[in-house]
Design a protein around this ligand. Structure first.
Ligand code: ADP
Ligand code: AMP
Length: 216
């Protein structure tokens, strides 16, 4: 099963992708995570992407499509993949189709997480992750069970993304409306889109996604 999770920043894509990894053995393919790793490693791609990411703009279609193409060649994607943060433009959606055809793969669902715009900034600015294993948390909606200790690996170190500030979130939201939301009709025409209420709590969003994946 291969799916796209689509939705604005803070919709819950990463949270739900991590649950699908844990519960179904699927593989999360987050272009944001891949780009942040490239920035940290100061690779040529990372050096190009850094300034764009800091302002909340979109990295070039060529760069992200290249990264995804390489990632789709890794054997673990045969377990089923979850695209998180890709495609983000009509050009990326078209390139993805070409790549999937070349690699003899197909998409099963495009799941849109619908969330009221008003709460997205709150979701993003309250987000933090375990510095060791990457488990995601939120200042109010998902705190570690034991304060300041990661539920999954026990680490006491956490980090926040440099671009998770109110100003950058506004820019990222504008990019989503201008460039990413317009790709929905492309997938609707293929009969692939399912919508989930992303305002529900994390467990209920997860149940709704599972129901879509289990539908025959
Ligand atoms: P995205 O990957 O779409 O940008 P995340 O999965 O990182 O979004 O979620 C953003 C923040 O909101 C995280 O701190 C996460 O813990 C929290 N969150 C995710 N889903 C929900 C939900 N359904 N209800 C409340 N908070 C949520
Ligand atoms: P994310 O982790 O999905 O919130 O992405 C963080 C940032 O990485 C975005 O604001 C963009 O600058 C960049 N990025 C991630 N995925 C893409 C993509 N598919 N196309 C262009 N830029 C991307």
């Amino acid at each position: 099963m291969n799916i796209i999770l689509l939705g604005p920043p803070g919709a819950g894509k990463g949270t739900q992708a991590a649950k699908l990894e844990a519960e179904r053995g699927m593989v999360q393919l987050s272009t944001g995570d891949m780009l942040r790793a490239a920035v940290k490693a100061a690779t040529p791609v990372g050096l190009q992407a850094k300034a764009v990411m800091e302002t909340g703009g979109l990295v070039s279609d060529e760069i992200v499509t290249g990264i995804i193409s390489e990632r789709l060649d890794q054997p673990d994607v045969a377990k089923g993949f979850i695209l998180d943060g890709f495609p983000r433009t009509e050009a990326q959606a078209a390139s993805l189709d070409t790549l999937l055809t070349e690699k003899n793969m197909k998409l099963d669902h495009v799941i849109e997480l619908e969330v009221d715009e008003a709460i997205l900034a709150d979701r993003v600015t309250g987000r933090f992750t375990c510095a060791k294993c990457g488990t995601g948390y939120h200042d109010r909606y998902k705190l570690p069970v034991v304060p300041d200790v990661c539920d999954v690996c026990g680490s006491t170190e956490f980090k926040r993304r440099a671009d998770d500030n109110a100003e950058t979130v506004r820019a990222r939201m504008a990019e989503y409306h201008a460039k990413t939301a317009p790709i929905l009709p492309y997938y609707e025409a293929k009969g692939l889109v399912a919508r989930v209420d992303g305002m529900a709590d994390i467990a209920h969003v997860s149940e709704a996604i599972e129901a879509i994946l289990d539908k025959r």
